[in-house]
Design a protein around this ligand. Structure first.
Ligand code: NAP
Length: 268
């Protein structure tokens, strides 16, 4: 098996990276940054996003493992790097697949496709932004406010959660549209709730501003004129190798409610 390790770059993560490489090489695995079968992300969720974007061209051939070194680490489910490495060598990990967001940005005659593990956002550069929202080609609402966030199920605990969106189990194939501070008055009106959009539906956003910012996970950019952005559940999925004993709702509880009475990670 070929593997690679992506580290956040701090001292602890670098030490765990070295430990992981040595351990797996001792057990006959090959370190191969260009074409790994398994990628271990050591750091926080930001490191998982970085690993995903480094290897998003080969999602069908690559599985990811997240190991947290001190940040929130929502994607992670291991207490010690030793238990993780043992599980890799014993082949006792389970593979789960999570849906992704696909955003196709169309300029005149040209379209660019982006994949997000967590979310895609569109915001104004100077103040609020106006965006027409279409569902399956029908105009649904004209949004005016700070911006819109389109999240995947596993990204629903990120930006989407801060916007009051629902936390979604990643076995559900959907994307979620959440508003950022919509203006609601006699002139502008939006639904006000987050919308859960299934796999077979398509969301199209038509921004009315001349300039706006787009983010895809941790990266932001100011595109040239975009006529429209079509968002849907991507055909591709991300594969994680996870511990058997740390289900999604435990992770939600541990990250957002309490660490105290949670079952220890990766112990069963
Ligand atoms: P960051 O601004 O450095 O950190 C964002 C925080 O969100 C970190 O604590 C990160 O965990 C955590 N996080 C990332 N993905 C998560 C997920 N799926 N579930 C729960 N928490 C998650 O940015 P970053 O680390 O590069 O991550 C980019 C992400 O930040 C975006 O995709 C967006 O979801 C989120 N974000 C949130 C807000 C907000 O809530 N107001 C604003 C902008 C962006 P770690 O500490 O383990 O890295």
């Amino acid at each position: 098996m070929n593997f690679a390790v992506v580290s956040r770059g701090d001292e602890i993560s670098e030490a765990k990276k070295k430990q992981a490489i040595e351990h797996l090489q001792d057990h006959g695995y090959t370190y191969h940054e260009e074409s790994p079968d398994t990628v271990i992300a050591i750091g926080g969720d930001g490191t998982v996003l970085q690993a995903f974007h480094t290897y998003k061209q080969r999602l069908e051939k690559t599985a990811f493992i997240a190991y947290n070194t001190g940040h929130l680490g929502f994607y992670s489910d291991w207490d010690t790097v030793e238990s993780l490495l043992e599980a890799v060598v014993d082949n006792s990990l389970i593979m789960v697949e999570y849906p992704l967001v696909e955003a196709v940005m169309e300029e005149e005659g040209v379209s660019k496709t982006y994949l997000a593990l967590n979310d895609v956002t569109i915001k104004g550069v100077k103040g609020s932004v106006q965006i027409d929202v279409h569902l399956n080609q029908y105009h649904f609402e004209s949004f005016k406010g700070d911006g819109l966030c389109i999240s995947s199920p596993s990204g629903s605990t990120g930006y989407n959660k801060s916007l009051g969106g629902a936390i979604v189990h990643p076995s559900l194939e959907m994307i979620q549209l959440s508003e950022m501070a919509s203006i609601n008055n006699r002139v502008y009106r939006t639904i006000g709730s987050s919308l859960v959009i299934p796999k077979h539906h398509e969301l199209t956003l038509v921004p009315k501003a001349d300039a706006y910012m787009v983010s895809v996970d941790h990266e932001s950019f100011q595109p040239d004129t975009i006529c429209r952005m079509k968002c849907s559940v991507a055909k591709q999925r991300i594969r994680f190798l996870r511990s058997r004993s740390f289900p999604f709702w435990n992770r939600v509880k541990e990250a957002f409610i309490s660490l105290n009475d949670c079952e220890p990670r990766g112990t069963r």
